[in-house]
Design a protein around this ligand. Structure first.
Ligand code: 3H9
Length: 710
């Protein structure tokens, strides 16, 4: 039986090496030192992203090499640079299981060796300098960049703060406001902006490596220049106050607040004290639930791209795509593909619907131009890459065909019979179905091995998740090509076996079932949504259904009543639908939407719910927010475990990534399976057994996998 791995460390075993990320023989770290006249040029390499790993020996090797060059009387200046495509993606995240003082080696390298050196040290950056990589560069006395280099401190996205001097050096270099902006957003700057702010000293005009060495030679006489010698310029109070006011009270991570504390210390306390505070707060964050969850998601989204089994090469590269269906879904998919610079043929037989789809696509692309996110030339190129057509024949040359027509087996069958006739033999035929049996769809063709499900989430140009559904006969090469396609269009692809609802909707159904039962027992919509939103869900379940359209759930429940008569739902949402309250699109659902978007509680719905409880003979009780969270979230957990148990998901992490990237589950909680692991599987089972003894306890049979994991 599969294991529910509690912490995903990117596939590496932390325990064996006292928490440090061990050297990986496939990704050897190396260091090289050459001399150009009086300049020692030190080049480090640690594929694939030059992570500054303590466990893999990168930090010690850098310290040895830099230390030796500083001590060498023949050396007048040093240049530090990296091999490969980028300078460094930062500290090695897989090192973070280590005891805190191991990371001190990185702090010693930057502060005690590099910054304190009596010879000038030039950091020569290219590609990207992120996190600890940028902090390492900031400890150098001078910085030169290749054009286009990105510089950023994205630690906040991992629930951390820059912990190797970044919070102290950055405000001194670029000022408090810009430093806060950079560290609180985590968004990198490009080289020209970095130059304007004073983060770097030069942008190379030619070969940055040669220019760095030549510059270092000139700097021999100038000697080192240190950022830590002065306090940040100007009055820091307004920027710090503004940043504090901007903190999100609902954030599960303390990192943003701690970053502000560190910057305040940089402005008011001696450098060494600021560094000490930064280290203490970094260490308190590293074991925080939010950072553990966010790091799980960091590795998890990469882990799900690895399809278990023998390594298979992708069955073709996808250059051109045809999308069939110009409805909401087809239009969104077309925009997502155009945004990824693909050629898209959009096929819609109804002229009016096709015109509407093309107009929406143009409008959406233009909005990016208006907001300054896209140049007019790039927008024109995207529009030119769209080929609208009314006939299916137009998909004959496409590498990938995505069917996004009405969710009816009869309609889809007809489309796939035609596609089989028209599409090139090398094409991949994909269905965007969210519920129908992919094997039945594939069986309509003479090439079921080339049929796959590509389940986009609405709006397809925004939502990150792509469920890649493998039918019984889907070729592994087609799955591999679909995964590569998913990465190419910037989605998080997760493979799901074929079953009703796949991974995400299957879990969501159990979650909703509990939300509706809680309405019958004593809660009202705003309490349920509020409890789950305060816990971190992007949107409460009842608001989600109002947004998606109550009629969608209604048709599924009608089908379920026939398929699963022993698993009833509350009839409250059906009563809403009978009143024509389909959610936002009709201005009313569980809530009223006077402006079409903002939910307002409706006393009529409260009365309806109370009357419904009375009709069922239920004495309504006060339901605690914590119980709402437990019931709804553990419903996700239990169904998720069952999905892993049945092999629908390869691993627990697949369930987590579907929930985080498709259903608004808080990334800082890692995903339902990660959350369950943190709670302890035995505690999860105990809670489920308590629910099983309560009202509608039939819905609570603990998944065997939960019981089998300690
Ligand atoms: C930090 O620096 C803390 C310090 O302030 C304090 C220290 C005291 N560590 O993303 P990709 C792996 S916190 C370990 O697929 P891309 C990644 O898992 C760090 N591993 O490539 C993957 O492994 P695999 C702050 C890392 O081209 C492989 O490298 N820095 C790290 O799509 C390829 O990665 C960040 O938050 C790492 N730091 O994107 C930046 N980074 O092949 C994190 C990557 O086994 N990194 N890996 O699946 C990134 O944002 C992206 O990797 C990057 C490249 C944009 C650089």
């Amino acid at each position: 039986m599969a294991a529910l791995i509690p912490f995903n460390d990117g596939g590496r075993r932390q325990a064996e090496t006292n928490g440090m990320n061990p050297p990986d023989p496939d990704r050897p770290a190396s260091i090289d030192c050459t001399h150009v006249g009086p300049v020692a040029v030190i080049t480090f390499s640690h594929p694939p992203v030059n992570a500054l790993s303590v466990g893999a020996g990168v930090i010690d090797a850098l310290a040895d090499s830099i230390g030796a060059a500083i001590a060498d009387p023949a050396v007048g200046a040093l240049v530090v640079m990296a091999a490969g495509d980028l300078f460094s993606a930062g500290a090695d995240i897989a090192d973070f299981g280590a005891s805190a003082n191991k990371l001190d080696r990185m702090r010693a390298l930057t502060s005690d060796l590099i910054e304190a050196a009596h010879k000038p040290i030039v950091m020569a950056l290219h590609g990207m300098a992120l996190g600890g990589g940028l902090e390492f560069a900031l400890s150098g006395h001078y910085r030169i960049c290749a054009p286009g280099t990105k510089l950023g401190l994205p630690e906040v996205t991992l629930g951390l703060l820059p912990g190797a001097g970044g919070t102290q050096r950055l405000p001194r270099l670029i000022g408090v406001e810009a430093a806060l902006q950079m560290m609180l957003s985590g968004t990198p700057l490009d080289a020209s902006k970095a130059l304007a702010l004073g983060l770097i000293d030069r942008v190379a005009t030619g070969d940055f490596r040669a220019e760095a060495a030549a510059w270092a030679k000139e700097l021999v006489a100038a000697g080192p220049k240190r950022a830590c010698d002065r306090l940040p310029a100007g009055d820091p109070a307004p920027a710090i106050d503004q940043a504090r006011r901007g903190l999100d009270a609902r954030s599960l991570s303390q990192a943003p607040a701690f970053i502000i504390d560190c910057v305040e210390a940089a402005c008011t306390r001696p450098f060494a004290e600021g560094l000490a505070l930064e280290k203490r707060l970094f260490e308190s964050l590293i074991d925080s639930e939010a950072s553990l969850g966010l790091r799980h998601v960091f590795f998890g989204r990469r882990e799900v791209a690895r399809i278990p089994g023998p390594k298979t090469s992708a069955a073709g590269v996808i250059h051109s795509v045809a999308v069939i269906g110009g409805g909401l879904m087809g239009t969104g998919i077309a925009i997502a593909l155009l945004n990824s610079e693909l050629k898209v043929t959009l096929i819609e037989p109804r002229a009016e619907a096709l015109d509407k789809a093309v107009a929406t696509i143009r409008k959406t692309i233009q909005r990016d131009v208006d907001k300054g996110r896209l140049s007019a030339a790039a927008a024109a190129h995207r529009i030119d890459s769209l080929f609208p057509s009314a006939t299916l024949e137009a998909c004959a040359a496409a590498d990938l065909i995505i069917e996004a027509v009405y969710e009816s087996m009869d309609v889809k069958r007809q489309v796939f019979v035609e596609l089989d006739r028209i599409a090139s033999p090398a094409a991949i035929l994909a269905s965007n179905t969210s519920t129908l049996d992919l094997d039945v769809i594939a069986a309509c063709t003479r090439r079921p091995e080339r049929v796959v499900g590509l389940h986009f989430f609405s709006p397809a140009n925004i939502m990150k998740l792509l469920e890649i559904v493998r039918g019984r006969r889907t070729d592994p090469g087609v799955l591999a090509a679909s995964m590569a396609f998913s990465k190419a269009i910037g989605k998080v692809g997760v493979v799901s076996g074929a079953c009703d609802g796949f991974i995400g909707n299957r879990m969501f159904e159990e979650y909703l079932r509990q939300a509706y039962f809680l309405l019958e027992e004593g809660a009202l919509p705003a309490q349920i949504d509020g409890a789950l939103e305060n816990w971190g869900m992007a949107m409460g379940p009842l608001k989600v259904m109002d947004l998606a359209g109550q009629d969608i759930g209604w048709s599924i429940r009608k089908r379920r009543a026939i398929e699963q008569p022993g698993r009833p739902y509350s009839t409250i949402p059906d009563q809403l639908c009978e009143m024509g309250r389909f959610g936002q699109k009709t201005g009313a659902g569980f809530y009223l939407y006077p402006d079409g978007r903002t939910a307002r509680e409706d006393p009529q719905i409260s009365a309806l719910i109370l009357a419904h409880s009375a009709k069922l003979g239920i004495t309504r009780r006060a339901v605690a927010d914590a119980q709402i969270v437990d019931r709804c979230v553990l419903a996700l957990v239990n169904e998720g475990a069952r999905i892993v148990e049945e092999g629908i998901a390869y691993r627990a992490v697949d369930v987590d990534m579907v929930s985080v990237f498709g259903y608004g589950f808080p990334a800082a909680r890692g995903g339902p399976m990660f959350y369950a692991a943190r709670m302890g599987f035995a505690n999860v089972v105990r809670r489920i057994e308590e629910f099983a003894a309560g009202r509608n306890g039939w819905a609570w049979v603990p998944a065997a996998l939960l019981r089998s994991n300690p």
